[in-house]
Write a protein that binds this ligand. Sequence first.
Ligand code: PMV
Length: 311
Amino acid sequence: MTIGEAPGKIILFGEHAVVYGMPAIAIPVRTLRARALVETIEGNPGAVMVEVKELGLSFWLDEAEDFKPLVETIRILLNRLGLSTDQCLRISIHSTIPVASGLGSSAALSAALLRALADHNGNSLPLHEQSSLVYETEKIHHGTPSGIDNTVIIYDRPIYFQRNHEPEFIKPDKSLTFLVASSGQPSLTGEAVAGVRERWLDNRPQYDSYFEAIGSVVEEARSAFSAGDLKILGTMMNRNQELLEAIGVHTSALEKLIQAATKSGAAGAKLSGAGLGGNVIALVTPATLSEVRDCMLDAEATAVYTIEVDP
Ligand code: PMV
């Protein structure tokens, strides 16, 4: 039996603009994980049984009519890995990453599947190849993924990312603590990205200027992240949030969480990921953490996660 694992992720700065070539910053979320197990079982050669334990699901890949993204992901990976069809396989999946909430559930699951399948096949793929394969599967969710999710998840390190550039690994001088609060509303990446594209096509000069402004925020945030400068980092989160509002991916539930965080002492707060639901991320200190967490729970966060970024 082989096992593959991958962490969740969260985008700190630059979502959406990153699809249009601007830089962005993301970090892994190691407390949330996707895991896949692959084993050979008795059965027809080439047949693949898929099990998702938490959902009580079990189905043959060839007969699957639902769970399209998962089925398509497995098909793409089997195909790209050229996995031999002389065995019957069982793939068991287990993930603690909430789906449709900007925490990288699809890319992490795909990375875990890829690692378990490649290992089963005796392949050891370099990280950049793993990242491109997971990128292929990310296209199932929306046609123009920037590549940030697969990159941060595969490399499992904080990154400064720009499309068609090598990722740059970054780390803070001092520990940073973030709280991630879930709004309970699903964030549908494909829909949010398509909406931004439509508005960009309607008014390119305006949207290009929003994207460039986000790009400048990311540059300042990168220096503040490295220096562990909470004041500037928080200010940049708030500025990035204003620009995300301008491009139309905000919701009132997210606003409630942002207000709760900033009023209770967070250094800054913004939505994270595609928006239209999903999560808010807030920058805190050991002194403000519990007050901000409580206030976000009072503001109807359905879950709050703590993320530490170590120097
Ligand atoms: O999957 P999410 O919700 O973290 O959103 C991905 C971030 C976007 O910039 C909106 C899309 C992309 O491909 O980078």
